[in-house]
Design a protein around this ligand. Structure first.
Ligand SMILES: NC(=O)c1ccc[n+]([C@@H]2O[C@H](COP(=O)([O-])OP(=O)(O)OC[C@H]3O[C@@H](n4cnc5c(N)ncnc54)[C@H](OP(=O)(O)O)[C@@H]3O)[C@@H](O)[C@H]2O)c1
Length: 339
């Protein structure tokens, strides 16, 4: 890399680095990292904001299903300015967003001052968002909006009945509630944190139920037709229960695996009710859809998020937030300010 072109004051940059000390013992430290640590891609970006997602917490705690090699810089989200692009796609100084792809998984991610990525991963910051607000949404908001768009494509309309959101106080869940409500849907939020009922209502939920109400159900192949659609962020037994409760021609968008990677269900919701199961992969989402999703997020970001929804933290203060997200205790979104 031509270090003169990025006008660095030193040969290192600051990042949160995860290191493996002994097998299965991982430590997160904010430290100086040589620029040679970055993967050799075309677009060099100075990161100003990132955000914390469940996947970042897995990577930061040494989950090798997410990040194979350590030392590693997590951060699947980054918003910043282009320093240099040898592909000629982006101009120096352009404000851009990178979410998903391999960023923060096995490519050094947004928890550092610089990232280097291929141009195909980079999105120009849409009108209506600034660097900080784009990361308020980040991958969580992107995934939520992707789920909304998949439901819309299945003709799940606001006048068709309630739409369920599970894991509702989490990143994807809370922003799913927010987007669906702003689009006129009647949203039922399922949560394990009933003390956050007011918070979920301030996001736009019409009703709030305990998540056990969804899962503590009979083992019948089909259950009462309760949901017109769902954004299901938890997986496992929750996903199975939601599928069996979904109405004729309804659709369930699924993205999460917090309760495990297996899905034990039966065929009848699909062949007797025409229920659609819609997979969401925000990391690989193709560019035309990616741009549409960011445009829709920018449009709906004109509506204010409730007070207290966003907590801004510095890199060195991220550890307790990682622990909270790993234990299902996080509420709303963590915006990470990069020094
Ligand atoms: N496929 C994709 O493209 C994609 C993209 C982003 C995220 N994801 C996945 O989606 C999931 C959610 O991500 P996130 O960033 O929103 O995570 P998050 O902020 O940690 O939210 C997860 C929420 O799930 C609920 N939950 C936690 N433990 C639970 C349990 N044992 N049983 C039932 N519910 C539980 C909690 O909400 P309540 O307390 O309100 O119930 C928690 O806040 C993760 O699995 C993540 O990897 C996938």
């Amino acid at each position: 890399m031509d270090k003169k072109n990025i006008q660095m004051s030193s040969n290192t940059f600051t990042a949160l680095v995860v290191e493996e000390h002994t097998e299965n013992t991982f430590e997160q430290t904010v430290k100086e990292v040589p620029y040679s640590f970055l993967t050799d891609h075309e677009v060099l970006i100075r990161v100003h904001y990132s955000s914390l997602n469940y996947k970042d917490a897995l990577s930061a705690s040494g989950n090798k299903g997410v990040s194979r090699k350590f030392p590693h810089i997590p951060g699947i989200d980054a918003a910043g300015t282009v320093v240099k692009d040898s592909s000629g796609t982006f101009n120096k100084g352009e404000q851009v967003i990178v979410t998903g792809r391999d960023l923060g998984s096995n490519t050094p991610g947004g928890f550092g001052q610089y990232i280097k990525v291929p141009p195909g991963w980079v999105v120009t910051l849409p009108d209506g968002l600034d660097l900080s607000s784009s990361m308020t949404f980040g991958t969580a908001g992107f995934t939520a909006m992707y789920g909304v768009k998949r439901l819309q494509r299945e003709l799940i309309s606001p006048d068709g009945g309630p739409v369920l959101v599970t894991g509702a106080t989490g990143g994807v869940g809370s922003l799913s509630v927010f987007f669906l409500a702003r689009l006129g849907y009647q949203v039922c939020a399922a949560t394990g944190k009933m003390d956050k009922t007011d918070f979920l209502k301030s996001l736009g939920a019409s009703t709030v139920i305990h998540r056990d109400e969804v899962t503590n159900v009979k083992s019948s192949m089909l259950l009462s037709r309760t949901w017109n659609g769902a954004i299901e962020t938890v997986g496992g037994a929750m996903l199975d229960a939601v599928i069996r409760q979904t109405n004729h021609d309804g659709a369930v968008a699924c993205c999460g695996n917090i309760l495990g990677h297996e899905l034990n269900t039966n065929i009848y919701p699909f062949i007797l009710r025409g229920v659609s199961l819609l997979g969401i992969d925000s990391a690989i989402c193709k560019m035309p859809m990616r741009l549409q999703i960011w445009e829709s997020i920018a449009e709906l970001s004109k509506n204010a998020l409730p007070e207290g929804f966003i907590k801004e933290v510095k890199l060195q203060d991220i550890k307790p937030e990682i622990d909270a997200i790993l234990h299902g205790k996080q509420v709303g979104r963590i915006l990470v300010k990069i020094p």
